[in-house]
Write a protein that binds this ligand. Structure first.
Ligand code: MN
Ligand code: MN
Length: 306
């Protein structure tokens, strides 16, 4: 059995508090015509001010975009009126990660779609205890969302979390997945993240990528050109294989140069792209997420509540 030290526990809780404080106030900040680039800067700067680092670039996913959209360096996108905006925030402190998401709607039209997934998460969290099965959480989420007349997103799921690893191998489904035999365990950390939609309930990848992560492969990095090697080492030393955004490095490296660096990393199998995900039938998507820590005694702590 894995055990969490006092230090592990403390840092997960600190990261969780930062994520919570930021998520809590977003409703007052998100307005029509706000540039999402400005919103991303605001959130990521808040994370740093409060003593954390982004565990991944803040995801700002509007309407039919389900996940993995972070503003590009010169992004001119603004929040449309009546938008449904999902903001997914990751905070890490020395690799201890808190992952949380909220949906903000600028129109009343989507209140039930938001309520369905908010309630799904609340019910799922009440169920979690050591020994309980992941697919039961999925069943709760699926039923709650369907009772509102919507569908969960079947091919997006929650996940276990490890130090410096956001998706640590186990998946917590958003439906009753009978092939998922996973169970919650003491001394482990999980993100539970139901998604709901008025569409068909599946996401597909687009050809746009705004978020990347490095792959660890010490043999391969020796062959890289100087600039690419330097950036690889800089990113790896500060965040290992946690995801990053191009805009974090654009102040020092030109856009053309950064694109060729990404190209070289990709050619050397040192880069994972996370393409933007949209709902297959262009349905509107809502999401909430909390990070849950089960301590060594089996107490369930929601680290992203404050
Ligand atoms: Mn998340
Ligand atoms: Mn997550």
């Amino acid at each position: 059995m894995t055990l969490l030290t006092e230090e592990d526990l403390e840092k997960y809780i600190d990261a969780g508090r930062i994520a919570c404080l930021i998520a809590k106030d977003l409703e007052h900040y998100v307005k029509p015509n706000l540039k999402i680039l400005e919103l991303a800067h605001y959130i990521e700067n808040r994370i740093r001010e409060l003593g954390g680092e982004p565990a991944f670039p803040v995801n700002i996913s509007i309407n039919n975009i389900a996940a993995h959209y972070t503003p590009l360096p010169d992004d001119t996108t603004i929040i449309p009126s009546e938008a449904v905006v999902k903001i997914d925030i990751g905070v890490h402190i020395e690799g201890y990660i808190a992952d949380t998401a909220v949906t903000i709607s600028l129109s009343d039209k989507f209140t039930p779609l938001i309520e369905s997934v908010k309630q799904a998460l609340e019910k799922a969290l009440l169920y979690i205890a050591p020994g309980k099965r992941f697919n039961e959480v999925g069943a709760i989420i699926e039923k709650t969302v369907k009772d509102y007349g919507y569908r969960p997103i079947y091919n997006l799921s929650g996940h276990s979390i490890d130090r410096y690893v956001i998706h640590a191998g186990e998946t917590i489904p958003n439906f009753n997945d009978r092939l998922n035999f996973g169970k919650f365990q003491k001394g482990k950390v999980y993100a539970v993240e139901p998604f709901a939609t008025n569409g068909v309930g599946f996401v597909i990848e687009t050809s746009t990528t705004t978020i990347y992560a490095l792959k660890f492969n010490p043999k391969k990095i020796r062959a890289l050109s100087k600039d690419t090697y330097t950036l690889y080492i800089e990113i790896y030393n500060t965040r290992r294989t946690l995801p990053f955004a191009i805009r974090w490095y654009i102040d020092r490296i030109s856009k053309t140069r950064i694109n060729s660096i990404l190209y070289e990393l990709r050619n050397n199998n040192l880069l994972i792209p996370y393409p933007v995900l949209i709902e297959k039938s262009n349905g509107v998507v809502t999401q909430f997420e909390h990070t849950v820590l089960i301590d060594n005694k089996g107490n369930v702590i929601i680290t992203t509540e404050c």
